[in-house]
Design a protein around this ligand. Structure first.
Ligand SMILES: *Cc1c(COP(=O)(O)O)cnc(C)c1O
Length: 362
């Protein structure tokens, strides 16, 4: 059994994907080929946002807007304590200070009340993460940002395709970012990402920054990076995007099956009334996690922990002053367990997983 079955997905679309790749090979337009712009237009339409800009990874997608916002050394950016490192890593790489905020225990997303208490004179922005595929409380977060004159970047690496109050993830904040890492709900066959915004000026600046700050060839307006999306990845994504809504639906069916079987035994995902989830992860809470994981492993079931260590405990952030406690993050990181999740899961795999889990805690 696979945690994410990329083989099954490739088999399902193989002909179209092979043709799409071959077309790029025949054209030899590996950088800035026409598929990149086609994909950007398709992504913008899909998310309901004016500009989608392809880039080299979900990590670059976070760095690029901070460069465009001209974030200065020592500026503070509020991020959740419970996320993949890239969110805070790019803040620190740009010599700003990541300020960790605790999460809400129900959804694991950043707690707006915690954000409010961490705003200082040095705060310039907030990067909420829409964890496991469900949007953070973006209206509340936007209101806090407006009150204090801050920008908001939604890290939607896991939530592209999700809905929040009938609007789409990636259309709800000043800027949003996503990742096309292969295991994400919309994955390519290497690294890739995108940045989204409704602001024309910001979009133009970010496009320039991700191409070495070039406004015209060999004329460099800003310090930039090589952060372009490959044409081959764009071509693959154009194929996969056609099936993305079906896949999200199927992921939700798998999640519903899991929850129906497991919710009497474990804390299962809590998706708020106003939200839909892409289920980038289906994550439960388990008290004796190591033992349960081992039992599952023996039964041939792969699992993962997103994430075992809060950011405030990471050695790489030794220089970040801890300004509060993180009881909800500490609790979650001890207990969360992600189960296999992909659109090609069989009924028998799902039953095998839920039966094994129930037996493990009996
Ligand atoms: C995957 C992920 C990223 C980084 O994306 P890459 O494409 O791997 O660079 C950033 N933030 C979150 C929350 C992620 O899950």
């Amino acid at each position: 059994m696979q945690f994410v079955d990329l083989h099954a997905q490739y088999a399902a679309y193989k002909k179209e994907i092979d043709n799409a790749i071959q077309e790029v090979l025949d054209s030899c337009k590996f950088i800035k080929g026409p598929q990149v712009q086609q994909l950007e237009e398709a992504l913008a339409e899909y998310a309901g946002v004016k500009h989608a800009i392809g880039c080299a990874s979900g990590t670059d997608a976070l760095l690029i807007p901070m460069m465009a916002y001209n974030v200065q050394p020592g500026d503070e950016v509020i991020v959740p304590d419970f996320t993949f490192i890239a969110t805070a890593e790019m803040v620190a790489l740009w010599k700003a200070v990541p300020v960790f905020a605790d999460i809400s225990p129900d959804t694991y997303n950043i707690d707006p009340a915690a954000i409010e208490s961490l705003v200082t004179e040095k705060t310039v922005g907030i990067i909420p993460v829409s964890l496991y595929g469900q949007c953070a409380d973006l209206d509340e977060i936007n209101a806090i940002a407006e009150k204090h004159g801050l920008w908001v970047i939604e890290d939607a690496a896991q939530s592209f395709g999700a809905k929040y109050k009938d609007r789409k993830s990636c259309s709800l904040t000043d800027v949003a970012t996503t990742s096309f890492f292969p295991a994400k709900p919309l994955g390519c066959y290497g690294d890739g990402g995108a940045v989204f915004t409704n602001t024309d000026e910001l979009a133009e600046k970010m496009r320039i920054i991700l191409n070495h700050g070039q406004s015209q060839r060999y004329h460099h307006k800003y310090i930039g990076i090589n952060g372009r999306l490959d044409t081959i990845q764009a071509a693959i994504l154009l194929v996969k995007l056609k099936y993305f809504d079906e896949e999200i639906e199927r992921r939700n069916e798998v999640a519903d099956r899991y929850s129906k079987e497991l919710s009497d035994y474990f804390k299962t995902p809590c998706i708020k009334e106003e939200n839909t989830s892409t289920y980038a992860q289906y994550t439960i809470e388990v008290k004796d996690r190591d033992t349960v994981r081992e039992r599952l492993k023996q039964a041939g079931i792969p699992t993962a922990v997103h994430y075992p260590m809060p950011l405030h405990k990471q050695e790489a952030f030794f220089m970040v002053k801890k300004s509060t406690d993180y009881p909800n993050t500490d609790f979650a990181s001890d207990r969360v367990l992600s189960l296999p999740m992909h659109p090609f899961m069989s009924e028998s795999d799902i039953s095998h997983i839920t039966d094994t889990l129930k037996r493990a805690v009996k």
